[in-house]
Write a protein that binds this ligand. Structure first.
Ligand code: OGA
Ligand code: NI
Length: 359
């Protein structure tokens, strides 16, 4: 069997805003063969799955098939699972555990990072940090910048080495995916990396902790619908579901295959591909009694890179470029000072074609 992208089966579409479960009746998700994409007529397909082993070691045929399917996953979903990724399970557990220890530290041990601003390299907080943010939602987080310079809170002491290793391991994985994604656009493998200076990519590690609800609500939002600001986000969770991705106008519950990571396309992917690979809208909905944790490893362009659509991605129909160029650092600062609201951050750089004719 050599289908590199498989679809996780899903249940029938729902008729309201509730998510569609991408799982079997027993709560597990298993791979099955078949197209990962459904028509627009209301059928819901599974979240695409990419087998990294094929991208790395596959025969030429299998590799090019895998790259085509990866491109399809980026185009249709901006969200997929990656299996056989080579990140040791023990390292994943260690990083999850160290983050858990951090969240249970007494307040005074975290104090200095709690008052940090969005561009400070280590930040601990609750909700989405924004001066304009009026909504308090249930989420504690640790954010640390890990590349090109590595930053880490001093406590818990075990965090440093583990986070450093996890960061470099997942960076290698994400850079590999970026290369294959570049090829899926019929570009040289190094094209995206060159354009965004990914050798000096900006990387963030985030630990998210969503406390369990003692009186489970129907729909407690843990993280409002948003897209990520970077290029690619890698995520795994502690076995408690809640992440949902919007696909074809519906929220789909993201149910991981055992041992897989979720990969989420971010805003810089949408900009650099001129809208061909759009960033995925996702959110976290909670309701259970169990606490949920997730570990995010995100890469973006080099902070000094001016990100703009690749000229090769300009639409041949003359529609031209959807986004203007902006330094990633500036985008990040602007995005962080805005209220978190779906994908409106992209309006910062969106070219308003109609305005030209209004004069
Ligand atoms: C994020 C995010 C989802 C989750 O940190 O940007 O979308 O499952 N997290 O915690
Ligand atoms: Ni996110």
């Amino acid at each position: 069997m050599h289908s590199t992208i498989m679809a996780a089966p899903s249940q029938l579409p729902s008729h309201d805003d509730r998510p569609v479960d991408a799982e079997n009746g027993d709560g597990s998700a298993t791979p099955s063969q078949g197209a990962g994409v459904c028509g627009s007529g209301g059928g819901v397909g599974g979240i695409p799955v990419v087998d990294l082993a094929v991208l790395v070691d596959g025969s030429a045929d299998h590799r090019s098939q895998a790259i085509r399917e990866l491109g399809q996953a980026c185009e249709d979903w901006g969200f997929f699972m990656v299996t056989n990724h080579g990140v040791p399970e023990a390292l994943q557990e260690a990083v999850m555990d160290a983050c858990k220890q951090l969240f249970s530290l007494p307040m005074e041990e975290k104090e200095e990072h709690i008052h940090a601003g969005p561009m400070d390299p280590v930040r601990i907080g609750s909700g989405f940090y924004s001066v304009m943010d009026a909504v308090a939602f249930k989420r504690d987080y640790l954010k640390m910048f890990t590349h090109p310079d590595f930053h880490c809170p001093a406590k818990p002491a075990i965090l440093r080495d583990i986070a450093m290793e996890y960061s470099s391991c997942t960076r290698a994985l994400l850079l590999h995916l970026a290369k294959a994604i570049s090829q899926s656009l019929d570009l040289a493998g190094g094209r995206l990396s060159e354009a965004l200076n990914l050798e000096s990519c900006f990387q963030i590690l985030v630990g998210n902790h969503y406390p369990g609800c003692s009186r489970p609500d129907d729909e407690a939002i843990g993280f409002l619908a948003h897209s990520d600001h970077g290029l690619l986000t890698l995520l795994f969770q502690n076995g408690v579901d809640g992440l949902q991705v919007k696909h074809d106008g519906r929220w789909v519950l993201a149910k991981p295959l055992p041992g897989s990571f979720f990969v989420i396309a971010g805003d810089q992917m949408e900009i650099v591909t001129n809208g061909r690979y759009r960033s995925a809208l996702h959110r976290v909905v909670l309701g259970g009694e169990q606490a949920r944790m997730s570990i995010v490893s995100l890469i973006g362009p080099c902070l000094d890179s001016v990100v703009e659509p690749l000229p090769e991605m300009a639409a041949p129909d003359g529609k031209g470029l959807e986004f203007r160029g902006m330094r990633y650092k500036e985008y990040l600062e602007k995005q962080q000072s805005k209220k978190l609201d779906e994908k409106t951050a992209l309006d910062i750089v969106r070219v308003q074609h109609q305005q030209l004719s209004r004069g």
